[in-house]
Design a protein around this ligand. Structure first.
Ligand code: AMP
Length: 509
């Protein structure tokens, strides 16, 4: 089944429902949104002659046109290649060539950044920029009467991994993978319904955009903030205006919003569900979030290779504060989502004992078809039907998964494994610590030693000796940072992930 059927159905059943907003301003109802997507599909298919399976790249910031382009491409049976709007043009160019995308939808400044290089890059045949005449002409094309048929294992979403090691790889997510994700969302995350709104505050090329599906199915509102990004004050105003507003946020974004409300005030009652994930949520931070904003949170853990669908920590777990293992549970990523199987394995692929650490592996209909044009990487990553996630974690007796770190982030000092997350959780207990990230630095004698990058609250001075004694009180001596670097901010991607690679570079300088 083609994902575009979801929009087509709501557009027919609830044509009059308000669909798309730019801030507080209503742009169109579902009838119009469905028609626009069908027109974009008609244009791609009949005017540009694109065939099912051809690639269409989207390099746009969060703009209202995002959804019609996405569904338009699917109407025509095409594969969408979403690109992070903050990429360097060289990275974007690599993705365009690797995916062989013939058509690019780009925001103006991205199109400008790429324009000088199109002479060498023969892949892209045409670029469309929302808001220009060349783009709006599509609305006057004959709409496709229905989406082209797509089978469950046809690719829908070719998502390039951030590629912290080597070149980014194209993850082939199928219509079936994303339909599984949607089913799990309703079962494990939130029962989206009419009257709800979804604010696209985080980049639509990633998890935030993926939340569109349950909201399309429910005929709910899609709200693109006027700023196009994550601005706490604006989000609060949008939530107060629209009510029942959900959003996806990386934990670092949740922290910004919560700090904002705590310091500047604001009414959180307009928010329905804040879905967080994509990076570690620390115990101190989720406690603060629950205290300041109430029980409106749900965590998901996934990766491009099993999009949004590995585990979930639902609001019932986050609110169950009397449970004897509550403290441990809120720093976990929850339990396997309904349609997937989850294990933690040793390097030979054998399940390890309860509470033992190993690699997280997952099996089920959410697991990608493979990497684009890369059978070798696919064979390394999917073995006997199990996706090897590269994440290290442990399962407790109730099936709650606690993530330690990406295996590449684990610090090995004097032959012992140190999980940065464990050290970070301890340092965050210091009342003056705002944010922290721990990485390994090469060391002749120990192999690696622990270095902590610390951001203090309100830029105040901090005493390394105090942090050291906090560590001594809570973790083994060998896990203590040997060096503290006090910095103004941590480097982050626009998906909100702390960039440990950048911190390692800083150390090398
Ligand atoms: P991406 O494919 O860019 O979405 O990145 C996926 C990676 O982000 C995962 O393999 C994890 O390392 C990390 N990640 C995703 N969700 C969580 C979460 N809830 N808690 C901690 N790390 C996460």
């Amino acid at each position: 089944m083609n994902l575009a059927e979801l929009l087509r159905r709501t557009a027919r059943v609830h044509p009059e429902r308000p669909a798309l907003f730019h801030g507080e301003q209503l742009l169109c109802d579902y009838r119009a949104l469905g028609r626009r997507a069908a027109c974009v599909g008609g244009f791609l298919r009949h005017r540009l002659g694109m065939a099912p399976g051809d690639r269409v790249a989207i390099w746009m910031s969060n703009v209202p046109e995002y959804l019609e382009v996405l569904y338009g491409a699917w109407f025509a049976g095409l594969i969408v290649v979403p690109m992070n709007s903050k990429l360097h043009w060289k990275e974007a160019s690599f993705i365009l060539q690797d995916s062989g995308a013939a058509i690019l939808f780009a925001s103006e400044h991205m199109a400008d950044a790429l324009a000088p290089h199109f002479a060498q890059d023969k892949t892209v045949k045409a670029v469309f920029v929302p808001g220009t005449n060349g783009y709006t002409a599509m609305y006057r094309t004959e709409p496709l009467s229905e989406p082209l048929f797509r089978a469950m294992d046809d690719v829908a979403w070719l998502f390039y991994t951030s590629g912290t090691t080597g070149r980014p790889k194209g993850v082939m997510d199928t219509h079936g993978n994303l339909l599984t994700m949607i089913a799990c969302y309703f079962m494990d995350v939130d029962a989206t319904q009419a009257g709800d709104g979804l604010a696209y505050a985080a980049p639509m090329s990633h998890a935030s955009g993926m939340l569109n599906f349950p909201h399309v199915i429910a005929g709910a509102r899609h709200i693109v903030p006027a700023s196009g990004g994550f601005e706490s004050g604006e989000l609060l105003e949008l939530a107060a205006h629209h009510r029942n507003v959900s959003l996806f946020a990386a934990p670092t974004m949740v922290k910004r919003l919560v700090d904002y409300i705590e310091h500047d005030g604001g009414d959180a009652s307009g928010f329905k569900t804040i879905v967080y994930g994509g990076g570690p949520m620390y115990g101190e931070d989720i406690r603060q979030a629950l205290r300041v904003m109430g029980n409106r949170f749900c965590q998901i853990y996934g990766q491009g290779e099993s999009p949004m669908t590995i585990t979930a920590l639902g609001r019932h777990h986050l609110q169950d504060s009397l449970h004897p293992r509550y403290a441990q549970r809120i720093t976990s990523v929850g339990v396997a989502q309904t349609l997937v199987e989850l294990r933690v394995c040793d390097p030979a692929g054998r399940p390890v004992a309860v509470d033992e650490s190993g690699e997280v592996v997952v099996r089920g209909p959410s697991v990608m078809k493979g990497y684009w044009n890369n059978p070798e990487a696919t064979a390394n990553t999917i073995r006997d039907g199990w996706l090897f996630t590269g994440d290290v974690g442990s399962l407790d007796e109730d099936g709650f998964l606690t993530l330690k770190d990406r295996s590449k982030d684990v610090i090995i000092s004097g032959g012992s494994n140190i999980y940065p997350r464990e050290v970070e959780e301890v340092l965050l207990r210091h009342p003056q610590v705002h944010e922290v990230s721990v990485v390994g630095r090469k060391h002749q004698e120990w192999g690696e030693v622990v270095v902590a990058f610390v951001v203090s609250k309100n830029g105040g001075a901090m005493d390394a000796a105090e942090l050291d004694s906090l560590c001594l009180q809570n973790i083994a001596r060998f896990k203590r940072p040997k060096e503290y670097r006090f910095v103004e901010a941590l480097p982050k991607s626009n998906y909100g992930k702390v960039l440990k690679t950048e911190l390692r570079k800083l150390m090398a300088e």
